[in-house]
Design a protein around this ligand. Structure first.
Ligand code: KIV
Length: 270
């Protein structure tokens, strides 16, 4: 059921939440039906993550998902959400090393999906792209720490910035993204103490995933937190359901009913 006249969450609202110490909730969605449920539940931000590449398309990494595919997912999500701010990941290869291409990619997302903002992975190395996208009036969310589009550089999904040098770079990148005008920042899989330090030192909201609870909000991939996806169990993940098992049991029951000619019954036919 759609809720009438719900006030829309904006980047300004998120900033106010940080100032007032109110935590921000964020989850991914990739389709209309899930977005409707998540939005009705009152989530603040829906991320159309490039994790679609993993959980929707079955790829091993986030690299293969295309701009057209992200626009398809994002436009389905915006049709299903009224209240939440909808942020869309710019996929790998659409913004790195070419700020004009970055702007074109971001404009396509905003025009063709009616999203509210875009998210880019990286700091200093992509700052020209961030500046150019911001110059067109498109809100940008940053993403530092474990940035899955760089998995081939990292070689592992282990926790990032445990060494002082990488921690220093993340602190500097976070400040740079905030000073440049990003409206919020995702910190993924870094030590909780480092995330806390960054959260206190920058003015924009910091949303953590595997970054402890001293940040301004939390994000999870919905397939992971609902237990649809069973083969991903990092320490930071809390499972709120075991939907894999529940859906499997329902499908097994349906198969039994069909085979036993128990479905459809007299009331389920014309
Ligand atoms: O793609 C994604 O789902 C993300 C979150 C894990 C932050 O970037």
């Amino acid at each position: 059921m759609k809720t009438p006249n719900v006030p829309k969450v904006t980047t300004h609202v998120l900033n106010e939440m940080k100032v007032r110490g109110k935590k921000i909730s964020m989850l991914t969605s990739y389709d209309y039906s899930m977005a409707r449920i998540v939005d009705c539940a009152g989530i603040d931000v829906i991320l159309v993550g490039d994790s679609a590449s993993n959980v929707m398309a079955g790829h091993k990494t986030t690299l293969p998902v295309t701009l057209n595919e992200m626009i398809y997912h994002a436009s389905s999500v915006t049709r299903g959400s009224e209240r939440a701010l909808v942020v869309v990941d710019l996929p790998f290869g659409t913004y790195q090393g070419n700020s004009r291409k970055a702007l074109e990619s971001a404009i396509r997302i905003m025009k063709e999906s009616s999203a509210d903002a875009v998210k880019l992975e990286g700091g200093g190395e992509i700052i020209e792209s961030v500046i150019r996208i911001l110059s067109a009036g498109i809100p940008v969310m940053g993403h530092l720490g474990l940035t899955p589009q760089s998995i081939h550089k990292f070689g592992t999904y282990r926790v990032r910035a445990t060494e002082p040098e990488e921690a220093k770079k993340i602190i500097a990148d976070a400040q740079l993204l905030a000073d440049t005008g990003c409206f919020a920042l995702v910190l993924e899989k870094i030590p909780a103490k480092l995330a806390e330090k960054i959260t206190k030192s920058i003015k924009i909201p910091v949303i953590g995933i595997g970054a402890g609870n001293k940040v301004d909000g939390q994000v999870l991939v919905i397939h992971d937190m609902l237990g649809i996806n069973q083969d991903f169990s990092p320490r930071f993940l809390r499972r709120y359901h075991n939907l894999h098992e529940e859906i499997k049991m329902a499908v097994e029951k349906y198969i039994r009913d069909v085979k036993n000619v128990d479905f459809p019954n007299e009331n389920e036919q014309y």
